[in-house]
Structure formats: C-alpha cells, structure tokens
Design a protein around this ligand. Sequence first.
Ligand SMILES: Nc1nc2c(ncn2[C@@H]2O[C@H](COP(=O)(O)OP(=O)(O)OP(=O)(O)O)[C@@H](O)[C@H]2O)c(=O)[nH]1
Length: 533
Amino acid sequence: MHQRIPRSLRFRFFAALGGLLLCAIAALASISAWLIFPALQAEERATVKRELDRVERSFELDQQQLHSQVRDWAHWDDTYRFIQGEYPRYADVNFSQEMFEDMRYQLMAFFTASGDVHFLAGINPVTGDYQTCRAPIDDCSWMTPWVTNMQTAIAENRTDQSSIYPDRPPAIMASSPILRTDKSGTAVGWLFKTRSLDDDWLAFMEVYTGLPITLNLSKETISISDVFSFSGNTVFAERYFPTSSSLSSVSLGVGIELNRTSYLTSLTTFRYVLLWTAGLMIMVIALVLLLLEKIVLKPLRLLTQFTQQVGIDGADAHGLTKRNDEIGLLARTFQEQFACQQQLNAELLKLSTHDALTGLPNRRLYDQRLETAFSDAVSTPSELAVMMLDIDHFKLYNDHYGHQQGDECLQQVAGAFNSIATKFNFLIARTGGEEFSAILPGASPDSAKGIGEQLTRVIDQLQLPHATSPVKPYVTVSVGIATLKDSKSPSPSAIMSTADQALYLAKAAGRHQVVLFTPPKASNTLSAQNTPL
Ligand SMILES: Nc1nc2c(ncn2[C@@H]2O[C@H](COP(=O)(O)OP(=O)(O)OP(=O)(O)O)[C@@H](O)[C@H]2O)c(=O)[nH]1
C-alpha cells in the first residue's frame, strides 16, 4: 500500500540538515582515510628513513676512516722497508695490544708483492690477546678465513678499497698497496686492516649515532634496500648493504629500533580533532534545527492555526499580532484582510438578499424565509399567514410625478412598512416593482388582518399626495392575506398564490382595503372577506 511521505517544512529541514551532516562526516572520514592518515604514515616512514641515512653515513665514515688509516700505514717508508725485510724491529716499535684496541683493529696483514703472507698481527677474538704470526696457523689459525679473503682480493686485483666481509663476525676490511712515502716506484706488497663489526663496534656506533643498532646477515640477495616492521609502540627498520663474500651473495642488514611516540601522539591528537570536529558539527546542526524550530517552524505552525481560527474568540491566544517580526506582520495583514473580506462578504450578502432602492429584504431572501417558516409551521404545527401589499394606481403616480419621485415614494412606503414590521417582529420584503410581501409566523387570521390594517394606515398617515388617484388624493395601498389553512395542498407557492388572489379581490373591490382570503364554500365560488378603509 502506498505510504504517504511527510513533506512538512520540519521534515524537509531535518532531512536536508541530516543529509548535510552525513555528507560532512563522510567527507571527514574520506579525507582522514585517504589523505591525512597516509600523510602521517609517510611522515613516520620519512623520519625512520632519515635515521637510517644517518646510520649509513656513520657506517661509511667508519669505513673511510679505516681505509685512510691503511693508506697512511702503507705509504710510509718504514712499512716499505719492513715488507722488504730491512726493518726487523718495525712490529715491535709500532704495534701493541693498546694500539689495536684504541684503533679498533682486529687484524693487520702484510703481504708480499707475490701475495704471500709477510706478517700478521691481531687480537684473538676468543681470548682477546694480541698475537703476531708469520702464517695463519696454530694459535693464529683464527686469522685463516680473513687471510684467504685478502689473498683472493689481491689475486682479483681488488685492493686499495674498503669492503664489508660477511665472515663471523662480519667485518670491514680495507687494503692499500705498500709504496714509499712519496708514492714513487711500484707496489712492494699489500697492507690489510680489518675491523670486526662485533659488540664493541655496535656499542661504539650506538654512542656515535645515539641509536640502538643491530646487525643481521641475510643469505638472500635483498632487492629492496630498506625493510620496515611496525609493532605497537616501536618500529624496526633495516637497511641492507652488499658484502664481498667469496662463497655466495650475502647482505648485511643494519637495523635500528625507534619509538613511535611522535607518530602515535600525532595520531591520537588527530583522532581527537576528528571526534571534536564531528561532535561540533552535530552540535551546530542540532542547534540550527532547534533555532529553526523555535524561530521559524513553531511560529509558522501557530500562524497556520491562527489563520484557521481567525474571527473566533481566542484565535490569537499566542499574541502573534503583537509580534514585531515577519510573523507578526503576516498575522496582522491576514487579520486585516480577513476583516476586509468579512465586510465585503456581508455587503455582498446584503446586496444579494436586499433591495437596493428601499433596503428591504428582496424576493430571494423572502422566498428562503418563507420556505423555513412554512416548514416550521407544518412540522410544529402552528399558524402561518402571508400578506401581499400593492400601491394603488402607481402607474398613474409615475406618469404624473415622474419615475424619480416614484422611487422616492417607494422608499417612503417601504420605510413605513418596515417600522410596523420591526414593531411586530415580522419580515416584510419588496417582492416586485410596487409590490411588497410579508410573512407572519404564528399569526391567526384576525391578528394578520389587524396587522394588514395597521400597514394600510401607516401609509395613509404618510399623506403622500397622489393627485391622479381615483381612490384618494394621497397614496394608498391594498392588502391581500392568506393563511396556511386556506390551501388544500399547502406549499409556499400555493399560500402566496392564495394571498395574490386576496390582493386581486382587494383591488377589484375598489382598492385601499385589506382582504383576508376565505376558502370557497360548497358552491365552489371564490369569495373574500374584505375591509374597506
Ligand atoms: N418609479 C418606479 N416605478 C416603478 C418601479 N417598479 C415598477 N414601477 C411602476 O409601477 C407601475 C405598476 O403599474 P401597474 O402594474 O399597471 O399597476 P398600478 O398602476 O399600480 O395599478 P394597480 O396596481 O391596479 O392599482 C408601473 O408603471 C411601473 O413602471 C420602480 O422601481 N420605480
């Protein structure tokens, strides 16, 4: 079944503002999801990346330092002489455990031009003792993997550089050809230095960068340089560097762990802002609706009630006409229009029910009243008399005095009739040119006749001159009266027809008299009881 959708102003405002609110909240949610949250996440990633860049620069700096230190040592005449066997006390003079620890060297390896080991010195990663050897055997066997890597680098001509080696522990290895201090001549050998990326190195880097750092060796080749993993309040990020592994490709990941406090605080703040914004929007729209209801919708409802009840007592119970706003103006204008309309209606009603010349009720009103009086008399039942009155020889009056004076005569006759009608409380109307009719509810034949006589008398008393009247030298009237009982089949038209017959008899009998219709006797002849005046 078709259900009627409410279309009131209130419904429309609620629907429109509710829709607006939903759109605004959806827009807010979309902007948050597609713009603001991704921007916050990108900002967090950029911050983490900056920290990784800082760690990478520190790492590279450490490698460059090691390389420049190797070069310093390799391009030194003492070293040049040492590799050629001309400076046997070189190691005793220059090397010590303290020097290795201070410089954070794990191993220093000297190779001849043919790539053979000349001298090895380093700190045993297991015992922590300083050791020197001529070959990586016995106590110095821990040096073997690195010496092998170094000899491979010499064989592949990968010297004079700094690289990362993924041995255990992973290490930075820097090398340089051994030359004179003035760098003249050809290389007489190679010098290698390694720095282990062990716990001490991590501790050093932590102090240097201010970040906790971890190392992770991956056997796979990592294609992306940075890997992020977010968990709760922390983010773990790793940057992978290629290593010089002789066996397979291995990557070294340098990782940092950062606190996400800044991001999470921004997120929480933004969520609060979102919630407050949504809450404020709801509050503003609720306030707008409330004000709308109070300022516009309720007064409009009252105005509607007022327009429906205007003219009735208490219609302006809410004092709308006393308001100083548009509602008050509308209410006052409507009230004035209504009063004007009522006046016009009354005038129209009077025009349609009264005679313009005499001001007496006209035939239309007379017929309506006769219908009502007739119904009342029949239903009660009660008596009812009607009367027809006609000015005698009015044509002669018009002919003699003119139509204008004829009108004035009609007005005076009507006024006189009306004074009697008011006195006895009955209706008298102008139902034709110079013809009048009266309804006398409850009047007996005798009282009706008495009133008829009073009406003719009051016209006589006017003494309106009628020089050409064969009846009297002044204006006179004839009256015909009929009662409800006079008709065999009573009806309003039948009773009026009977009164007309009585008037005819009055005229026929010489005018200026009242004739009460008398029902025909058995002889069926029409007769009347008249009263010549
Ligand atoms: N001045 C004026 N005359 C009117 C008006 N209405 C009707 N008459 C005149 O009233 C006269 C009526 O004449 P009749 O019907 O012949 O009757 P009468 O001369 O009164 O004669 P009886 O009725 O037989 O006594 C006519 O001359 C109409 O012109 C009116 O409004 N003003």
